[in-house]
Write a protein that binds this ligand. Structure first.
Ligand code: SF4
Ligand code: MG
Length: 325
């Protein structure tokens, strides 16, 4: 099956006064039709910049400096702003952590949604309104006729995010990039929204990239996961395999820091230290200062290897045999 999206050796750098920040460095992955990919990492791991790169939304002083982003075979890094306007929202949509990145505070919801429909389709205003109403129903907003006449501030945080999701779904895009859209919401609402977005994407055959720092979120959602650290993918594979038997010490550390019902009462293992500054990355493996398995070999930079079918990692000393901890 042809991939909906294939990212090849993507590099996005920020040219700041203090130096060049390699926010995304040699990142490759692909996602098939209707698949869900979890992009996981701590802050400044490069996961959001990867998402923004795919949508051509990296602003100066940042820019994509290398690689290809093939969407249905077409390289998005080569699009003009004019071509971008046709692709964005219609073929690829983004859901942001803050729904107000999507919503205009001074416009009623119906005005915004109708405008969004008409931006890409020649339909009557009546038909556009019907589509807007249907989209609100799809994301579980009660009394849609009344809600269509409301302004964003009249919604709760969770409802506002649902409206932003409804807008992202309006054109049944082939790909949605969701950047921590449920992080600011309480756990129950987060769970509901996750379930609904997953269901709608499955129904529409939409591929979904879900960016998060929370492994528990991708566990129930993604088919594949990419774990990012300091601008690079350090581990990639089918979600169950990666979570059940992580190969990379960083992934193992992340999993150990997630609360589990099985280890109730036990102290959670935190990964020691901090993520290194991307301005002054030490030579060799970027995880070296925090890694319990680091040795002299890690002063060189680990290349991406495929130790098992479908699995990729960047590490000299992966957890290849199941070890009792
Ligand atoms: Fe740890 Fe070395 Fe692997 Fe880096 S390459 S994660 S320092 S063992
Ligand atoms: Mg982010």
């Amino acid at each position: 099956m042809a991939a909906t999206l294939e990212v090849r050796s993507l590099r996005a750098h920020f040219f700041t006064k203090a130096g060049v920040v390699k926010a995304v460095d040699d990142v490759s992955f692909s996602i098939g039709e209707g698949q869900v990919l979890g992009l996981v990492g701590e802050s400044v791991s490069g996961k959001s910049v990867t998402g923004f790169s795919i949508l051509g939304l990296v602003d100066p002083p940042g820019r994509v400096v290398g690689g290809e982003i093939l969407f249905k075979g077409r390289d998005l890094t080569k699009l003009s702003e004019e071509e971008w306007r046709r692709v964005r929202g219609r073929d690829i949509a983004m859901i942001f952590q803050d729904p107000m990145m999507t919503l205009n505070p001074v416009l009623r919801i119906d005005t915004q949604m109708i405008e969004t429909v008409l931006a890409h389709e020649k339909v009557s205003e009546k038909a556009a309104r019907a589509r807007a109403r249907e989209a609100l129903v799809q994301v579980g907003i009660p009394s849609p006729d009344e809600r269509l006449r409301a302004y964003p501030h009249q919604f709760s945080g969770g409802m506002r995010q649902r409206v932003a999701i409804a807008i992202a779904l309006l054109h049944r895009p082939a790909l949605i990039i969701a950047d921590e859209p449920t992080t600011a919401l309480d756990v129950t609402i987060q769970g509901q929204i996750l379930y609904e977005v997953q269901k709608l994407c499955r129904e529409m055959g939409t591929s979904l990239i879900w960016i998060t720092h929370d492994l528990a979120v991708v566990a129930g959602l993604a088919d594949e996961i990419c774990v990012m650290y300091a601008g690079r993918i350090v581990e990639k594979g089918p979600v169950d395999q990666v979570l059940d038997a992580p190969l990379h010490p960083y992934t193992k550390g992340l999993i150990g820091s997630v609360p589990s019902r099985n280890v109730r009462g036990q102290k959670l293992a935190q990964i020691p230290g901090m993520t290194p500054s991307l301005l002054s990355l030490p030579p060799g493996c970027a995880f070296r200062a925090r890694c319990p398995r680091a040795d002299a070999a890690c002063l060189a930079e680990p290349a991406l290897t495929r130790p098992r079918p479908g699995r990729e990692i960047r590490c000299f000393h992966p957890h290849l045999v199941d070890e009792v901890v």
